[in-house]
Design a protein around this ligand. Structure first.
Ligand code: G3P
Length: 217
């Protein structure tokens, strides 16, 4: 399973990259705003900085919601760097744009996906990634992980090559459960990745090993 970090915070991206397990980055306008990155030029420059830090795919979201606008913006974003994946919302013009990008060799991430039906459309249009938001489904008492399982089954039934990018991952158990189900990618905060490190028996065992080593030296 690929690990993407879901942030626009450069320090956290560097930290995840330094751990050696990072495969890419996802961002969205809210994550950019959280870091105080506003205005088209600043956002574009920020994408370039992220691409300089990581070696994998970097999702850059279009703001336009009409077909022509999405195509124009997506083409501009794709030209920034060969790591850029154009992130397009799951709306009618978005699906049409994903089909256009797919036909023209531009990779896409279909975002704001909340149902299996939407995931089928994204795959039919040729999206590189589909992003079901599991945390936001959990927030409204709907099983986000069940959606990942449904999409996995449907894509496997038909051999769709669109990669399932479990998004809106909030914590470490989401990561583990997504891995069990067979999500191709998960994107979450740094804490969801670092949480995988933790086990009290590891800490206790290491403390004992070090104490025993000292006894003999
Ligand atoms: O990857 C999508 C993500 O940014 C949404 O996460 O936590 O705002 O639901 P969240």
């Amino acid at each position: 399973m690929k690990f993407f970090i879901d942030t626009a915070n450069l320090d956290q991206i560097k930290e995840a990259q330094d751990l050696g397990v990072l495969d890419g980055v996802t961002t969205n306008p809210s994550l950019m705003a959280k870091e105080g990155i506003t205005g088209k030029e600043n956002i574009i420059n920020h994408y370039k900085k992220i691409c300089d830090i990581v070696t994998g795919d970097v999702s850059a979201e279009v703001i336009a919601t009409d077909y022509e606008g999405i195509i124009k913006e997506g083409q501009e974003l794709a030209k920034l760097h060969d790591q850029i994946i154009v992130k397009v919302p799951m709306i009618k013009d978005g699906v049409k744009a994903i089909k256009y990008f797919s036909d023209h060799g531009i990779k896409t991430n279909c975002t704001l996906v909340f149902s299996a039906g939407q995931a089928i459309l994204a795959a039919k249009a040729g999206a590189t990634y589909v992003s079901p938001f599991i945390g936001r489904l959990d927030d409204i008492s709907t099983d986000g992980l069940n959606l990942i399982a449904e999409i996995r089954m449907i894509y496997d039934n038909y051999g769709f090559t669109t990669q399932i990018l479990a998004a809106s991952v909030r914590h470490t158990m989401h990561v583990i459960d997504c891995a069990k189900i067979g999500a191709d990618v998960m994107t979450g905060p740094l804490s969801s990745i670092e949480g995988l490190l933790k086990h009290p028996l590891t800490d206790i065992g290491l403390a004992k090993f070090l104490a025993d080593y000292k006894k003999g030296n």
